[in-house]
Design a protein around this ligand. Structure first.
Ligand code: EPZ
Length: 430
């Protein structure tokens, strides 16, 4: 089993280039099968969840040509099957985007129920509500989400809770429904806008993405396009927080600074300097951090996907901080691991109360999910001594070449898969 082994204490200096947004790419790949013409998608992150989804798209008959690790051509004209089920697709959350895409195009889909990171109960009632409102029959049986419609009709849908997944899924189906669909209380995340832009580049008629109300007029056919995915704001934020924790001076390139506003604001509050450029941000930190309060909220609020990384920063900030998680109830599973590294954190309901300690101490820890795994890597980079992060399978779902990018900034981190290599690394850095 692969692990990261980290010798903490090296400040980070240099430049790092951020890849395409995983959560935009997953939806865009699914949407790419909605036309029978060839779609070219660039700036694709080369991470595990993307590869699982591409494999599933190939399994139902679409042609997938990997031009290079970050560019793919997809042709959906060869699809013979609307049933998507294999042991891998059951493990990723974004499998649900194939429901909206297939329903829009073929008016029928059967997709294995989504898995994904265990960060709390992850209902799909809002997706079902949306599809039903458009006239589809929705049924869940034998682990499959089955949906079909004689006619998919545009309608008014109010989302009771802001949901990225439901907004995108309904938007995809509505792009090829008859008439006008209005999604109210829609998610405003940058990747919602990116998926809308992608669909529009294929000939869809979607207006208002990025606001509370999205209006979609269905079209009969979508056509070919060439599209480049937006930069990953969470990967960027993770590197920005790593610099904050270790100290240093790093230029984070290929980002959209506007998408990072909440992250940047919190970095400034804890005492870092952040300079914004057109498509880059520079983070300067002396490693001395101050306490603050943070609450996760839908965009433009502070992202839940940055919550564990934020808690790691606050764990070594002066004074007492609080982190309130308002999106997923089970996103504090890293707290026990961090405690083993010397953190003082008490969780009460959805609030973590954090009393800053001067330093973490290296320990052997498990990554409980994707972002928490990345957060433990940051803790390891800032810690005294050696940290081993197990279960990095989760981290590789969403971060491409994390250890290589960190190494290029001066971090001492290696991916190993046996005890001998682990000990070799320890000897090398000691
Ligand atoms: C997406 O998950 C992301 N996943 C998550 O990224 C991210 O944490 C989350 O959005 C919030 O930004 C992908 O894009 C693949 P939601 P999603 O629907 O779509 C409730 C990462 O680390 N809800 O916006 O599943 C839900 O329980 C991951 O990259 C319902 O009640 O999230 C939650 O409280 C993990 N009913 C809230 O809405 C529904 O039908 C927001 O969930 C759907 C959601």
């Amino acid at each position: 089993m692969e692990q990261y082994v980290i010798k903490g204490g090296s400040p980070l200096y240099g430049e790092v280039v951020i890849g395409g947004a995983k959560n935009a790419a997953l939806a865009i790949l699914a949407a790419a099968i909605m036309t029978d013409e060839t779609v070219t998608i660039d700036n694709l992150p080369n991470v595990r969840d993307i590869n699982v989804l591409l494999h599933a798209i190939e399994e139902i008959g679409a042609h997938v040509e990997r031009v290079n690790p970050h560019k793919v051509k997809i042709n959906g004209s060869f699809i013979q099957d609307v049933i998507v089920d294999n042991e891998f697709i059951r493990k990723i959350r974004a499998s649900y985007y194939l429901i909206g895409a297939l329903l829009g195009k073929y008016k029928r889909a059967e997709v294995a129920l989504p898995g994904g990171c265990d960060i709390g109960s992850r209902p799909i009632d809002l997706h079902m509500k949306g599809f039903r409102a458009m006239g589809a029959t929705v049924d869940i049986s034998h682990g499959l989400f089955k949906v079909s419609a004689e006619q998919l009709k545009g309608t008014h849908i109010y989302l009771d809770k802001v949901s990225v997944g439901a907004t995108i899924n309904i938007m995809m189906a509505a792009a090829m429904a008859e008439g006008k669909t209005v999604i109210e209380n829609a998610a405003k995340e940058p990747h919602v806008v990116d998926v809308a832009n992608f669909l529009n580049s294929m000939g869809a008629n979607i207006r208002g993405a990025g606001t509370d109300v999205i209006r979609i007029v269905g079209v009969e056919k979508l056509h070919k396009t060439e599209y480049s995915i937006i930069p990953d704001q969470i990967e960027a934020g993770t590197f920005m927080f790593a610099v904050a924790a270790t100290g240093g001076d790093v230029l984070v390139k290929n980002v959209i600074p506007k998408h990072l506003e909440a992250t940047t604001a919190k970095l400034i509050e804890v005492g870092c300097q952040v300079e914004e450029f057109d498509d880059a941000v520079r983070v300067v930190s002396n490693g001395k951090l101050q306490h603050t309060q943070v609450t996760t909220l839908p965009y433009p609020g502070f992202p839940t996907d940055m919550q564990p990384q934020m808690a790691v920063l606050l764990g070594i900030a002066s004074g007492t901080s609080t982190v309130t998680e308002s999106i997923f109830e089970n996103r504090f599973k890293y707290v026990d691991e961090l405690t083993r590294m010397g953190a003082e954190i008490k969780v009460e309901s959805n609030i973590a109360i954090i009393t800053g300690v001067p330093k973490y101490t290296g320990a052997r820890v498990n990554a409980p999910d994707l972002r928490a795994g990345a957060a433990l890597v940051i803790a390891g980079l800032a810690a005294d001594g050696i940290t081993v992060v197990d279960d990095i399978y989760y981290v590789e779902r969403g971060y491409e070449a994390l250890e290589e990018k960190l190494t290029s900034l001066g971090a001492k981190i290696e991916k190993v898969d046996n005890e001998k290599d682990l000990q070799k690394f320890v000897l090398k850095v000691s």
